[in-house]
Ligand binder design. Sequence first.
Ligand SMILES: *Cc1c(COP(=O)(O)O)cnc(C)c1O
Length: 376
Amino acid sequence: MSEDSTIDRPQPNPGVLDIAPYVGGESSLGSGQRVIKLSSNEGALGPSEKAVEAFKAAAPTLHRYPDGHATALREAIAERHGLDASRIVCGAGSDEIISLLCQAYSGPGTEVVHSAHGFLMYALSSKAAGATPVSVPEQNLVADIDGFLKAVNENTRLVFIANPNNPTGTYLNAQQIQQLHAGLPKDVLLVIDAAYAEFAGEDGYTDGTDLVSAHQNVIMTRTFSKIYGLGGLRLGWCYGPDHVVDVLNRVRGPFNVSSAAIAAGVAAVNDTDFIERARRENVENRDWTTAQLRDLGIEVTDSLGNFILMHMPDADGAEVGTAAADCDTYLKSQGLIIRRVGGYGLADRLRVSIGNREDMEAFIAAMQRYVGGQRS
Ligand SMILES: *Cc1c(COP(=O)(O)O)cnc(C)c1O
């Protein structure tokens, strides 16, 4: 920081300069080389054709402001998920909703609780709001309910849990989520980030809808960036109690979701065949990739998402993350971009998004060469 940084020029609010800007997954290797991008959990199928058509069809009316209530989209989501449209708010990605929740419910002198290896935006958005993020250690890469409840005090306003979590892929079952909620004071808002809910078909998993419906202090967030393959569109939504919906509608921008996003979102929600295929192929390719890696002797965390986390143990005495960096460098040399997760406190792990079968075969072939030491 330059020496005159505290005088003679505008200063941001406390906490803002503590934010390490979010760094997304890399997307190119700079050499013009063809790459397989497995670094941002983007849908393996790309966007649905129907969503693309609807997006194009919206082009001639782009001079018009969108419907500020995204009514058609909320109604489509409500119908698809059996929810009440009046309790849905749409946003420019679920990142915007996370940010709005921090802005509206936390601030200087308050605390926001999240899991140690939870999604990074919770800490970033709470700092942006001037609040203090509180990180709760995990047990074997799974969120620790008792740890969460011990971390909550009279200053706590929000508790964030991604279920399943990114980047670990682990989850709490319906009963555990309920237990977490039951231990929270009534004035603490539990945010269940279900960005990967559509991928998570396991027994006992809940996206949190049931808790939202039953209580005044639970909200669920969702995104179009993962299974829908629309990350570039910036579209997310949440389902919450009336009073929280009312607050979000006051703090959000009046036109926070574009008309093209509304149109494409409606088409995407209604393209149920696409979602079913994306879910099925993800399970097949995730299970296949996990089994192949385990055959190579690599420890892989069981994942409910469209990504997996590999453990790259370091040699004795080596700096933590040396092995992960080495593997990442090799994969890059083979045109494969995956994600290092040191920013999540997991320097000795690598996160790999599940692409299509061809992508995953290329990835496994490269890992076989890497483990075999034949680094061509
Ligand atoms: C990708 C992701 C999001 C959201 O993304 P948007 O693109 O902003 O909708 C939210 N939470 C988790 C856990 C994610 O992995």
